[in-house]
Design a protein around this ligand. Structure first.
Ligand code: AMP
Ligand code: ZN
Length: 461
């Protein structure tokens, strides 16, 4: 079967061909660890997971690297605000990223290299660029010389772009298009600094990813992913450095996911900090959040709304009821190499540039067809086998069936009682007491998902 992926460098869907026959190397730009991640970040991280799971479905082994950016201006600003030390800050948000990834059923990457562990390699890389005259030194700041590199402008028409790298303005670069590889030490940097032959300083972001990617996956990788905001200048600049220095194609496919959009008013007025992913995971199950994120195509914007999350929650109820009615007793998926019927169409949709909305539509049509048979009492053994196979294949990508569904777990009486009282508080708009009861229920391992008119209890992961 052919897998097609939209390549940002050609703006076309292309047949995917890996460099090695069975293994795919995949580099994903990871979090900058200075603050709690939000739902937008996890839209992108769930997208990485989707790419990986579809590759696995196609029989590939995936060697995935997600970097951790722990040297960055925003990190230095936060340390300078005085509340927390450098190591403590970056460790805290690194752990938080990994913890939330796990909660959201995101498969673990093979490596999570941290920038600060590889500064020596970055210094060597920059030195090699200087030796090849692709980089120059201005007062200890090292810049990439875009004039020397004729292929600059892979992702954008560089002549029309009004968003040229401005971050390094004022550091002495020769050309507006040039960008920093190394930033010389400033007083605000304090101890967050490394020795190099150009003096004290630190690597710049675009160099960090260029080095971490090539060091961990080689000079040409199969797939490089990121959110759409990273296309330019970050990926342009990563690519320019690697291709100039190593004279190779850096990545054969570049995949970018669109943004999750927050309506500003709503965010400040009624949502508060709910869009912090940790808070959101206290309000909705991981499965609900995953389904919400995967219901849109990765190249379309997602507009956040509570209603959409409620809809996802209802869709999950429907899937769970179906799982129960066909008597599924395991979620283990051994990889089905021979899908057929509706399940085949589902696989083909995903292979058509990861078309999750279409794949979901096929799955729900299938559920409706089988539910009709259930109501007519005409569901055959073959229907049951076909359904089980499809559900397992579906879940190997979407990961939205909680294992507790299989064991038909009853909500404990104590939890039901508290939920009943909490519903009363909610109706009376006694939010303080409603929130207190929610927390109590959560400690007992259950989550309350609110919709406009009711509340629902779901097992917490
Ligand atoms: P950061 O932690 O800011 O370095 O971002 C980590 C990843 O999240 C990057 O790949 C960004 O492109 C992505 N990202 C940031 N904001 C959003 C958003 N609103 N929607 C989707 N992805 C985002
Ligand atoms: Zn990156």
């Amino acid at each position: 079967m052919i897998l097609k992926l939209y390549n940002s460098t050609t703006s076309q869907k292309e047949d995917f061909k890996s460099i090695s026959p069975n293994i795919v190397s995949m580099y994903c730009c990871g979090p900058t660890v200075y603050d709690a991640p939000h739902l937008g970040n996890f839209r992108t991280f769930v997208f990485y997971d989707l790419v990986k799971r579809v590759l696995i479905q196609n029989g590939f082994e995936v060697n995935q690297v997600i970097n951790i950016t722990d040297i960055d201006d925003k990190i230095i600003d936060k340390v300078n605000s005085g509340a927390i030390g450098y190591k403590e800050l970056t460790a805290k948000f690194n752990d938080m990223f990994l913890q939330h990834s796990l909660s959201l059923n995101i498969q673990e990457a093979n490596q999570y290299p941290k920038t600060s562990d590889h500064v020596e390699a970055m210094i060597g890389f920059i030195k090699a660029l200087i030796d090849k005259e692709y980089a120059y030194n201005v007062d200890g700041n090292i810049f990439f010389d875009t004039e020397k590199y004729s292929k600059y402008g892979k992702f954008v028409n560089i002549e029309n772009i009004d968003r040229l790298e401005s971050e390094d303005d004022g550091l002495g670069k020769k050309n507006q298009k040039d960008f920093a590889l190394w930033k010389t030490w400033k007083e605000e940097d304090g101890d967050i600094t490394w020795e190099s032959e150009w003096g004290k300083g630190r690597p710049a972001w675009h160099t960090e990813c260029a080095v971490l990617a090539t060091q961990s996956l080689g000079k040409t990788i199969d797939i490089h992913c990121g959110g759409v905001d990273l296309k330019f200048p970050h990926h342009e600049n990563e690519s320019a450095q690697v291709e100039a220095l190593l004279d190779s194609v850096f990545s054969n496919y570049w995949l970018h996911s669109e943004h999750l959009i927050l309506e500003e008013e709503k965010m400040s007025k009624s949502l508060g900090n709910i869009l912090n992913i940790g808070d959101l995971l206290n309000q909705y199950s991981a499965e609900t959040i995953r389904l919400f994120l995967l219901s849109s195509h990765y190249r379309s914007k997602i507009y956040f709304s509570d209603e959409k999350l409620s809809d996802s929650s209802k869709m999950i109820d429907k899937i769970n009821r179906f799982v129960k009615s066909v008597g599924l007793d395991t979620l283990d998926h051994n990889g089905d190499t021979n899908p057929s019927g509706d399940y085949l169409r589902f696989v083909e949709s995903l292979n058509d540039d990861l078309n999750t909305p279409e794949a979901l539509g096929i799955f729900f049509d299938f559920i409706n067809k089988k539910n009709k048979k259930i109501h007519e009492d005409s569901l055959s053994e073959e229907d049951i086998e076909e359904s089980k196979k499809f559900i397992l294949g579906f879940n190997s990508i979407f990961q939205i069936i909680h294992p507790s569904v299989l064991i038909d777990e009853e909500v404990p009486e104590e939890v039901q009682k508290l939920a009943f009282i909490r519903e009363g508080m909610r109706d009376k708009k006694n939010w303080e007491e409603a929130d207190r009861l929610r927390e109590e229920i959560e400690k007992m391992g259950w989550l309350i998902e609110d919709s406009e008119s009711s509340q629902k209890l779901v097992r917490k992961k």
